[in-house]
Ligand binder design. Structure first.
Ligand SMILES: Cc1cc2nc3c(=O)[nH]c(=O)nc-3n(C[C@H](O)[C@H](O)[C@H](O)COP(=O)(O)OP(=O)(O)OC[C@H]3O[C@@H](n4cnc5c(N)ncnc54)[C@H](O)[C@@H]3O)c2cc1C
Length: 370
């Protein structure tokens, strides 16, 4: 007979970790399976570490609701457990009349989403706050900030373990099949292939979450679960640019991202990015030839930047449900009971603002599990 557990979480990124911490209280036997040697080595450590306010997303979408709730939970948790953060605020800048109109729309959208502290800034007001920024107008979001996401990952991991969750690293889930009212999971580790049975499966497999859903027998094309990879590169700026700007500065968003933004990390590094480009493969190298495009984009709002001061930095890959040219897609966070898979919870397309929303996502998952 195969060994039996209560809950199998697939993936130890921020979503798997937060979920393990949230549901491990009580008598549940929770196991987290991670193919890498430790937690948080993929998208959860390849991002901007921005705590988003929740402005951009359609009202009542998961992205809007869980971002706003998650932001508040995250600031509280950082305060309580001394995780470093800076509520620096953020300004979205407009370069022309079209973008000014778009800022007004964003202001309205933010308000509908519960982000009530936004202020539209005239050119003069913007100059007073950020003298080095060139733009026609701005939208100030005081509740946006940056934080130490690595400390959050470590904290969630140790709390989940304290609450009884077991972590199984270097172990890839290669099969998920229905076994009566339960699921048989096949795993591959250094010793080969083995199997066990679980009552609940929580699919937090990030860039592979659509493939895990497919393994269960769900048609990912029909269900709209097929992921597209969208790469975001970062360039760093010379340290002479340190402390030139106090807030996060975002331009008008691109179709697939929030635009190449300016950020000074908690350790003082000045970073530009991420860009947004659909790719077929997972490859984290930064293409040096993209330097000019970064420069052109940033030069518009920061004229004093020089091309030779940019250096390739790092990259991350967004697990996007929205393909090139397609409309907004929300996170998929669903108990697949109605599709005939009771006990299977899929989290697919957890791109930005997934880090900000992680604690709220975990609470939501806990709610739909019971
Ligand atoms: C460029 C970029 C910038 C971003 N910036 C921000 C930001 O500033 N603010 C914000 O809120 N969000 C941001 N995000 C989004 C945020 O990083 C993600 O939403 C979040 O990290 C997703 O976490 P996750 O746990 O779902 O995925 P991951 O961190 O990718 O974790 C999934 C885990 O599942 C494991 N796994 C996959 N398949 C298997 C398998 N078969 N068996 C076992 N394990 C498996 C993987 O190894 C991985 O560790 C950004 C994302 C990108 C790409």
């Amino acid at each position: 007979m195969l060994a039996e557990i209560d809950v199998a979480i697939i993936g130890a990124g921020v979503i798997g970790l937060a979920t393990a911490r949230e549901i491990s209280q009580g008598k549940k036997e929770v196991f987290v399976f991670e193919k890498n040697r430790t937690f948080g080595l993929e998208t959860s450590s390849r991002n901007s570490e921005v705590i988003h306010a929740g402005i951009y997303y359609p009202e009542d979408s998961f992205k809007a609701k869980l971002c706003v709730e998650g932001k508040n939970l995250l600031y509280k948790l950082c305060d309580k457990y001394n995780i470093a953060y800076k509520k620096s605020g953020k300004i979205i800048v407009a370069a022309d009349e079209n973008e000014i109109n778009w800022l007004k729309e964003l202001y309205e959208q933010g308000g509908k989403n519960g982000v009530k502290d936004l202020t539209l800034l005239s050119q003069t007001e913007l100059k007073k706050l950020e003298p080095n920024i060139e733009a026609r107008a701005g939208l100030l979001s005081p509740s946006s900030g940056i934080f130490d996401s690595h400390s959050l990952l470590k904290f969630l991991y140790s709390q989940a373990r304290e609450k009884g969750a077991e972590f199984v690293f270097n172990t890839e889930v290669i099969g998920v099949g229905k076994a009566g009212t339960k699921y048989e999971i096949q795993i591959k580790d250094r010793d080969g292939i083995s199997a066990f049975v679980t009552h609940v499966v929580v699919n937090c497999a990030g860039l592979n979450s659509d493939q895990i859903a497919q393994l269960t027998g769900i048609d990912i094309v029909k269900s709209g679960y097929k992921l597209h990879y969208c790469k975001g590169e970062y360039f760093s700026l010379d340290s002479k640019y340190k402390n030139l700007i106090s807030r996060l500065i975002y331009p008008a968003p691109e179709q697939a991202g929030h635009g190449i933004h300016w950020r000074q990390a908690l350790d003082g590094r000045v970073l530009l990015g991420p860009s947004a480009r659909y790719v077929e493969e997972i490859d984290y190298t930064v293409d040096k030839t993209h330097k000019q495009a970064f420069y052109d984009s940033v030069k518009k709002f920061l004229p004093l930047v020089e091309l030779e001061d940019l250096e390739p930095e790092s990259a991350g890959i967004r697990p996007k449900l929205q393909g090139p040219g397609e409309n907004f897609r929300d996170f998929v966070i669903t108990h697949e009971e109605e599709a005939g898979f009771p006990g299977l919870i899929n989290l697919i397309g957890i791109e930005s603002p997934g880090l900000t929303a992680s604690l709220a996502i975990a609470k939501y998952v806990s709610g739909i599990m019971s």
